[in-house]
Structure formats: C-alpha cells, structure tokens
Design a protein around this ligand. Structure first.
Ligand code: UDX
Length: 455
C-alpha cells in the first residue's frame, strides 16, 4: 500500500518504519527541512532501540523515503496518517494548529480519493474538524473528491515502541466509513496475524479510548504513589503491597510501581487535555484532577526525604548530590516532564551542587537545562558528567532517578566508601533495602519500610 505519514516525530517515524518493514511504500513528510535531511542521511533524531536499523534497512530497500514537499506527499498516498504534535496549550488543551494545517495542506492538493488517519492524540471531535478543514479547501477549489477521516490512536511506549507497533495488544480503529474500515483492516492484517487485534468503533469513541487508556494508567500510578506515602507513615512496605494486590487478576501486576511521579510526553499532557475537554463540556472529573495533583506532589517527595536526611533545608547548602538518570524513563532520551528536572530545580534552589549522569539523555538534558538554568551550568553548580562514577565523585548522597539497566547492580561497598553522608535515595525502588543497609548505607525508597526507625 502507498502510505504517507505527516510528521516524523516519535509516532510518525516509528509507524512509518514499521509499515515499510511490512512491504508498504511509505513516504514521510516533515516541515522541518533539517530533520528531513538528517533522516535522508540515515541519522535518527530520537533515541529509540532498533529504530536506526529499521529506518536504514527500509530506506535502503526503497520502501521508506522522506520529503518536505506536500505536493509529493499527497500525490503519493492511498492512506495519509497525521502524526504531528499536539502540544498542550497554556490552558492544558491540545494545540491543534499543526494537525489542522496538515489537513488544509491535504485539501489544497488532493486529486483522488484518500483515507486520512488521525494518529496523533487528539481531543474528541478532532476528526470532524480535520474533515471540515479538508472539505473547506476542496470547496474552495471547487473539487469534488471523496475522502474519509478515521481515528487510529497509538499506544506505543517509548523505549519499546517498535515491539508495541509490530506486536500490538490491540489496534483501535474509529471509522464511520465502510470502505475506509476495510482499507484499515487490510493495512493492519500483517500486524494481527493469528489473532484479530482490530477493535472497530465509531470515531469519537476511538478518540476517547486513547485518553481513557492513558488516564487509567496514570490513575494506577498516582494511586500507588499515594499509597506508598501512606505505607511509609504506617511502617509498611509498598513493594510487598504491590505484589499482594497485583496477583489478583482483576488488578494485574502492571503499572503499579510507585516512584517519582509519571512524566513523559503522554500522561501529563493527556491528563491535562482530558480535564480541559471535560470542563469545556460542563463535566467535572474529580478523580482525574486528583490524579494530576498527586503526581505533581509526588515529584517533590524525594527532595523532602533529602531535606530530612540532612536535618533541614538550611543544611543542604554546599552539599553535593549525585543523580543517576535524567530521562523520564529508561531507554529513551526524552526529557519531557521528567521528574529529574523538578528535583534538580529544588536542589539548586537549596544551594546544592548537582552532579548528574544519564547514559543517553545527557545531550538532551544539557539542551533543556541550558535554557532553564544557564547560570547553574556555567558556574559549575550543576554538572552533567560522563559516567556514573564521575557523578558520585566527592558526593554526599546519591539519588537514583531513572532505572537504566547500568544502575541496577552498583557496587554498594564502593558507594559506602565514596558518599560522604552514606545515603542512597532510590526514586524507583530498584534496590533491596537490606543489601544497601548491609553495605553501611542509609536507604530511602518510595514507600519502603521506614529506614530511620530501624537504623
Ligand atoms: C505512555 C503509554 O504507556 C503509551 O501507551 C502511550 O501511547 C504513551 O504514553 P510512555 O509515556 O512512553 O507511554 O511511558 P510509560 O512506560 O507508560 O511510562 C510513563 C511514566 O509513568 C514514566 O514516567 C514511568 O516512569 C511512570 N511509571 C510507569 C510509573 O511511575 N509507574 C509504573 O508502574 C509505570
């Protein structure tokens, strides 16, 4: 099938490469010429395991190409995917500027029937707006060309996006057009193989499904984070509780990990957007707004523990804190809404020196911090260093922020010798508190049994 993907961000690029890998002829368009040049050279602007290889292989086979030309992109396609960004507006609603601009660009050029697929996460009703934007352009040209707009939200997890795309749990297709549904079935047949993964529904339900999925997952995380804080007060252990409840099939074991709060490009943005949509329609989602509040609070929980450990905020000035991990989760260089940024800000404000290391996100982190905390970087109060060992050099305490594999089994003996105040703050509950304590270190986790009671 001849497919055009508009937007070579995370979703567009992964979708394009995966469709091409199944033998489709895919043309990816981006308005950013620099990005398109990079992609043509086989350089991938984001870090996603396996994506480099997939893009290069399919580009070399002539099934995947890149362009900045809307003329070529529209001319190419039987199916056009919209995978442009929908960043949050100031009021939290999804900004549809890019998606509607793309729709108009399609309408300006369409010469034969096409199926337009919304893959970007968009508020309920956006497919109608896209349909109208295309129709208006066709009317303006006096062109009578049939087209359909369907909703096909993505459920990719960063770091596992290719696997998620190639072996999806489900493929949600919202369509009010029989022919378009048939075409989507055909396109996704190789991804469904022996099991029919496609769930068909009306367009609006598909649009809402995406937000509902992310809101539900965010709910589980905020619930566990709140419970973790209670467990600490009660001297119970959230990890034991997690295992205890997760074994109930009605609850299930996934997404029950308490930590530093959820970050990334989806949960924070989608929770906000859903709250805004509900408000616009006169509904109040009490639960969802609490989920957001809990998450914001959770991003500050580790800092409070650090303050308590050192005996008060005033004691923090001049202390050196090592951070392991900066990205919002492992296997990505994505720093969007990363809890590390909140912690860094708090530590710097309290006068700490911060030595941070991330195996992949260091460049992206530096780019962001250069605009948010330029003085701290230039004065050396904040240093992004080249190794986990360099991060702990001369440090008072260590904070595990992102659970990258290389941080999973550190030499606790060495840490006990190196860290002046002999403390580890484990923002991801990765370490066994007993092992850490045995090495002579103080262990602070999230919702673990209260360490200062038995030490
Ligand atoms: C998410 C959804 O999982 C995906 O389906 C959707 O398409 C996009 O948003 P992603 O943002 O890549 O994917 O990351 P995910 O692995 O879901 O993690 C999101 C955040 O929640 C991370 O900050 C992670 O650390 C946190 N998290 C996740 C927890 O704190 N606890 C958990 O149990 C799981």
């Amino acid at each position: 099938m001849k497919i055009t993907i508009i937007g070579t961000g995370y979703v567009g690029l992964v979708s394009g490469a995966c469709f091409a890998d199944f033998g489709n002829n895919v043309l990816c368009l981006d308005v950013n010429a620099r990005k398109v040049e990079m992609l043509k050279d086989g350089r991938i602007p984001i870090h996603e395991p396996g994506l480099d290889e997939l893009v290069r292989r399919n580009a070399a086979a002539g099934r995947l190409s890149f362009t900045t030309s809307y003329d070529d992109a529209v001319e190419h396609a039987e199916v056009i995917f919209l995978a442009v960004g929908t960043p949050p507006d100031e009021d939290g609603s999804a900004d549809l500027t890019h998606i509607l601009a793309a729709a108009r660009s399609i309408g300006e050029r369409l010469t034969r029937p096409v199926v337009v697929v919304d893959k970007s996460t968009v508020p309920v009703g956006t497919a109608d707006s896209v349909r109208k934007a295309i129709s208006d352009e066709l009317d303006r040209r006096g062109a009578d060309i049939s087209f359909a707009v369907v909703s096909n939200p993505e459920f990719l997890k960063e770091g596992a996006a290719i696997e998620d795309f190639m072996r999806p749990d489900r493929i949600v297709v919202g369509s009010d057009d029989e022919q378009a549904t048939k075409l989507m079935r055909q396109l996704y047949a190789p991804f469904s193989r022996n099991h029919d993964k496609m769930i068909e529904m009306d367009v609006r339900s598909a649009e809402l499904t995406k937000y509902a999925a992310n809101a539900m997952l965010a709910t589980r995380i905020s619930f566990m984070n709140e419970l973790a804080n209670l467990a600490e007060v009660l001297d119970a252990d959230i990890e034991a509780v997690r295992l205890g409840i997760g074994s109930d099939p009605r609850i299930g074991p996934h997404f029950l990990y308490s930590g530093m709060g959820y970050g990334g490009s989806c949960f924070p943005k989608d929770v906000k957007a859903l709250l805004k949509t509900s408000k616009d329609h006169g509904c109040t989602l009490h639960l969802l707004s609490a989920i957001e509040t809990v998450n914001e609070t959770q991003k500050g929980v580790l800092f409070e523990k650090i303050v308590r450990h050192f005996g008060g905020r005033d004691e923090l000035a001049g202390k050196t804190i090592a951070l392991w991990g900066l990205s919002f989760k492992p296997n990505t260089d994505d720093m969007r809404e990363a809890p590390s940024l909140v912690l860094i800000r708090q530590l710097l404000q309290a006068g700490c020196r911060v030595q941070a290391y991330d195996p992949v996100a260091h460049a992206e982190a530096r780019r962001i911090l250069e605009s948010s905390s330029p003085e701290s970087l230039s004065s050396g109060q904040l240093a992004i260093v080249a190794s986990s060992t360099e991060a702990i050099d001369n440090a008072d305490a260590l904070v595990l922020v992102t659970e990258w594999k290389e941080f999973r089994a550190p030499d606790f003996g060495l840490l006990a010798k190196t860290l002046r105040s002999k403390a580890i703050f484990d923002g991801r509950n990765q370490y066994d508190p007993a092992i850490v304590r045995e090495a002579g270190l103080r262990y602070y986790g999230i919702g673990r049994r209260n360490p200062w009671r038995d030490q």
